[in-house]
Design a protein around this ligand. Sequence first.
Ligand SMILES: [Mg+2]
Length: 470
Amino acid sequence: MPHAQQPRLNTWATDRAAGVLLGAAVGDALGVPYEFEARLRDDQQPRMIGGGLGPYEPGEYSDDTQMQVCIAKVAADGADLRTAEALDAIAANFQGWLSGGASDVGAQTRAVLGAASRASGAPGVAMLAAARRFTASTNRSAGNGSLMRTGIVALSHLGDAAEMAEAAVAVSALTHPDTDCADACVLWCSGIRTAVLHGTFDGVRAGLDLIPAERRGVWAKRLDEAEANPPHHFTNNGWVVHALQAAWSATIRTAVPELSPAENRFPAQHFGLALEAAVRAGTDTDTVAAIAGALLGARWGCSGIPLEWQQAVHGWPGHTTGADLVRLAVRTARGGSDDAQGWPSAPRMSLGGHRSFAIPHPHDAGVGAPGRSTSRPWSRCAAWARTRSCPAPTSSTSACGWWTVRGRTPTSTTFWTRPPARYCGCVRRASGSCSTALPGRVALPPSPRSTATWPPAPTPRPRWTTCAGY
Ligand SMILES: [Mg+2]
């Protein structure tokens, strides 16, 4: 079967692809402490404090992201997720997770994986058969367990929406073949694909064209309902339909802040505000927030995710970090390969003689700030350092852990953080001044790139801004 090539992503789209898994994991970890607890009021702030069913460490994600990582490990090698080989590999990873790392497991997933493990034959075929038997045996087979892990599927098929829909159905069916589960995964993947490629939320509703015609009407009404009601209206959010409605409600009903750097307001803060709204839906909080987080991360990008959440999030297997999730997502979006310099997999990037590429931020060693360097056609988007284990650059020609995107245009992109808000973002500059052609840009003070210290002159300290809302 043909497998459409992945489109070549520009810097912004790459940043958005990088936000899909990370956004899901952040939502998951933010929702973990409140799963099946009393619903948070609007004035209560969700915090990544751990606990929940695991119980989990602060920042640790749960089964939702764990299972998505099982898929991502296959997708990150460029697999066509519709093929028997890929589905076998995913099914085998699910079994490895269940026996070796699952901290909590949904009831339907446990039943299906258990039955499949006792069957003979190829793992994917055995799992699909077990899932179909489970679905035929009960009228409660439309859980949210496949929607919560579907974001990476969208990234693996960015080149063709119809292929993506087939993959979403196939991966869902390994544990959740119910038509509502399949449709929900297709709609959400459509939303994520469009968000990555075009930076809008339009793809969820546009995804109606990708599901069978006879079910479009009912799903259109369900989306209408979600847009008309708050997330907690959908109380049965263990059901895939209410889970999608709660996540969509949180996403679409949360206002996108208007850009106002002077008041510390950036559109990308929508990521955090909408994610908190998803947690406040109550009941299956981590799953609703993981579902919302994949879409929000796809829209606002890695650079729109608050840095403290990026740095805190981690989980199975081993101590998978935010940087690992970014790597899996970017490799998937790139069709399974690194670039010619080895990015995003290489632990070290040679920067080819550019002096003082970056210096550690004095208030947070995990954040890089540009050091003395000259204009060059490099993009440094969505600043990501391998956080606390990352030493400062050790020589003038290399830096450790900064992930670097080569720009496609002869402009230089650099990033800043804005203490204490610590939102990272991209600031695209052209010829030493802000390009007026780019949407969402913000005014910048004079470039401090002539200095290797922080904060740079002049005094008074300039008000650094980001365009994490581009
Ligand atoms: Mg969970």
